[in-house]
Design a protein around this ligand. Structure first.
Ligand code: PLP
Length: 392
């Protein structure tokens, strides 16, 4: 049976170009970029070329890009680093209720250290407004962290407008662009952000490598100390193959973005149209301000959609119940409850996230199979309830 991979918000396949860019750095020019001999210097050149290429894709300078181990590290560093840099100015941070745990958990840590954190409540589509942000900013606010696009519902936030609000009040603005980069245009100057997190495996690059954009004027606290790599801000021997793969993947996405976006949005809209014909299935997130390949739903009366995900898997379809991190948890996704879903409905979430490698034919196959599988999923659930009440 052929597998249809439709969980690209969780991770993506490494592209041919990204793989080809990585391979030489495992065996041929494998040297340590800090070493002075030729193969070390070749690795250093490749690392710096990758940095410049990534910078070029997001309107930054090469000197503003720091390589990390992925989105989680970039988010952690952005939050801890910015708070440290502005520690004399205040102890208030603003974020949203629907951030990824890579932002929410560092914010918990800051609370433990005596900081106050205000989490903005988004509307039912997952959007927060500049007006909400303006009202929340205080004289002691030092950092705003708002994601560019949400991983569970695909909503794209008005980052430029939010950032303008923060800048008027001279507050540092960080955005977690892990789900957005490579999928929608990102330009750090046009957005006006100070810090921006990236992760390669979300745009057909390798896992375990990411980057943090740090606006030149900002000096966050070094995050990992040791040998002084990355200008002393992030020590550890650099992941040269990872950086090369990340740069190649991001360049590829940037080059093809216009055509890919059109095709992906058409497939996504067809998928949404088909799925919403199933009674009791509702779209989550914004109908129009959403990532081009992202479709997300809740199934009324569904509860625990892990069963549905297993049923889809048996039919060769890889989809998700929300975020990859909460896939095995029995907890309702915090994003959906923040958008107003009750806990039971939030547990019945289904996310189908596409990539340029998906085909129109696959969308039709998903569209044919879903009504039957959702029907079976519901009746399984009903039978389980009946059996439980018979036992009582
Ligand atoms: N931020 C968002 C919005 C994400 O979706 C993810 C991963 O799912 C992360 C951060 C963490 O990225 P990584 O898996 O590279 O650590």
């Amino acid at each position: 049976m052929r597998t249809i991979y439709a969980d690209n918000a969780a991770t993506t396949a490494v592209s041919e170009k990204a793989l080809a860019a990585m391979l030489p750095h495992f065996r041929e020019s494998f040297g340590n970029p800090s070493a002075l001999y030729d193969c070390g210097q070749e690795a250093k050149k490749a690392l710096e070329a990758s940095r410049r290429a990534i910078a070029g894709c997001i309107g930054a300078l090469g000197t503003e890009i720091y390589f990390t181990s992925g989105g989680t590290e970039s988010d952690n560093w952005a939050i801890f680093g910015a708070c440290h840099a502005r520690r004399e100015r205040g102890r208030h941070i603003i974020s949203t209720e629907i951030e990824h745990s890579a932002v929410l958990r560092p914010l918990d840590k800051m609370r433990d250290r005596g900081y106050e954190v205000t989490l903005l409540k988004p509307d039912k589509n997952g959007l927060v407004t500049p007006g909400q942000l303006e009202d929340a900013i205080r004289s002691d606010t030092i950092l705003v962290s708002i994601m560019t696009a949400n991983n569970v519902v695909g909503t794209v936030m008005p980052i430029r407008e939010l950032c303008e609000t923060a800048r008027r009040r001279r507050v540092i603005f960080h955005t977690d662009a892990v789900q957005a980069a490579g999928h929608i245009p990102i330009n750090v100057r046009e957005l006006g952000v100070d810090l921006l997190s990236l992760s390669a495996h979300k745009f057909h690059g390798p896992k375990g490598v990411g980057a943090l954009f740090v606006r030149l004027a900002l000096k966050p606290e070094p995050y990992i100390v040791g040998g002084g790599q990355e200008k002393g801000y992030r020590s550890g021997t650099e992941n040269v193959p990872g950086a090369a793969g990340m740069a190649a993947a991001l360049l590829e996405r940037a080059e093809n973005m216009r055509a890919e976006t059109e095709r992906l949005a058409a497939m996504r809209d067809r998928l949404i149209e088909n799925t919403l014909k199933i009674p009791g299935v509702y779209l989550t997130g914004s109908p129009d301000k959403r990532l081009p390949g992202h479709a997300s739903f809740v199934i009324e009366g569904g509860r625990d959609s892990a069963h549905l995900i297993n049923m889809l898997n048996e039919e060769g379809i890889c989809a998700s119940s929300g975020s990859a991190c909460s896939a095995s948890s029995k907890e309702a996704p915090h994003v959906l409850t923040a958008l107003g879903c009750d806990e039971n409905t939030a547990r019945g979430a289904l996310r189908i996230s596409l990539s340029p490698y998906n085909t129109e034919e696959e969308i039709e196959i998903i569209g044919e199979k879903l009504p039957r599988l959702i029907g079976q999923f519901r009746s399984r659930r009903e039978q389980k309830i009946l059996r439980a009440s018979a036992r009582r």
